[in-house]
Design a protein around this ligand. Structure first.
Ligand code: 3PG
Length: 218
């Protein structure tokens, strides 16, 4: 898939909700109830980080949940793109980008959301055709103020800032003209998952959507 097509496809998905939950699954039994809770709360795009052995099977389980758009985060190696697609994942997110990963992504059907933290990194991805990028690590890289400064010189690029984003600071990002949505782990808290508090997670997602959806400008 061309980077242009990948960004266009991801832009459509990213417009569905103001937040992409960043999820770490250790217990495969959590995958389906978590996906159901987040979808019920209005967050359909689910980024399962490839940081645990359960991640790929979890993507396969979540992909079966009606309304869920399951994909992978922490994609570092080209070979993982194929694994994610085989598991039924609909997208891949990388914290950065490497020439190998980008070359491989161009040969796969899976859309990639590559990461950038600086203007030069964002420009290099734009040269390839990526007009939707992850801004990572968002808070440590200067936060909304830094990302907002990209808007004037790089108006062609939309971002999904992730890393240190919370319910408190998300509005500042979402008000930027170059932010489509944010990513964050706060909507899938470890303690609520461990306790099986799926209704509470659904409530947290719904509260997040209610608070953040009106803040979006892009
Ligand atoms: C990550 O890769 O862990 C994401 O950027 C999520 O970061 P967060 O836990 O700060 O939301």
């Amino acid at each position: 898939m061309s980077p242009e097509d990948a960004s266009a496809e991801l832009l459509e998905m990213a417009q569905l909700a103001p937040v992409i939950p960043v999820i770490v699954i250790h217990d495969l039994a959590h995958a389906k109830p978590l996906a159901r809770a987040l979808v019920a709360g209005g967050l359909p795009m689910l980024e399962v980080t490839l940081r645990s052995p359960a991640a790929l099977p979890a993507i396969a389980e979540m992909a079966q949940v009606p309304g869920a758009i399951a994909g992978a985060g922490t994609v570092l190696a080209p070979s993982q793109l194929e694994q994610v697609a085989q598991a039924g994942g609909r997208f891949a997110v990388s914290p950065g980008s490497t020439p190998k990963l980008l070359d491989n992504a161009a040969c796969q059907d899976l859309p990639l959301l590559p990461g950038a933290a600086t203007a030069s990194e964002a420009m290099a991805l734009l040269e390839r055709g990526y007009c939707l990028q992850k801004f990572f690590p968002a808070e440590a890289s200067g936060g909304a103020q830094a990302l907002g400064s990209f808007a004037a010189p790089l108006p062609q690029i939309q971002f999904c800032p992730t890393g240190g984003v919370s319910l408190d600071n998300a509005p500042a990002y979402l008000r930027l003209s170059n932010v489509t949505c944010v990513g964050g782990s706060w909507v899938a808290p470890k303690d609520l998952m461990a306790a099986g508090e799926w209704d509470q997670i659904a409530e947290l997602a719904a509260k997040t959507v209610a608070l953040l959806a009106p803040q979006r400008t892009a």
